[in-house]
Design a protein. Sequence first.
Length: 78
Amino acid sequence: MNVKQKIGWRIKTLRELANMSQKDLSFSADLDRSYIASVENGQRNISIVNIEKIATALGISLKDFFNDGEFNNHTGGS
């Protein structure tokens, strides 16, 4: 799993845990729903600014966003 896929998976997991739709998250983060979908699918390079917007919309810190076993696993490509 590359880093774009890891971030997309993390966003989708946190969004589902928050019982939010992509539309809800996109509205709260002031991002387009299709952008959220493409990030979740690992198709987009997301900026740290947009990761922060998403984390804030999910009610978590950047530290908590990256505090996951997937990000501690250094195997996989870029």
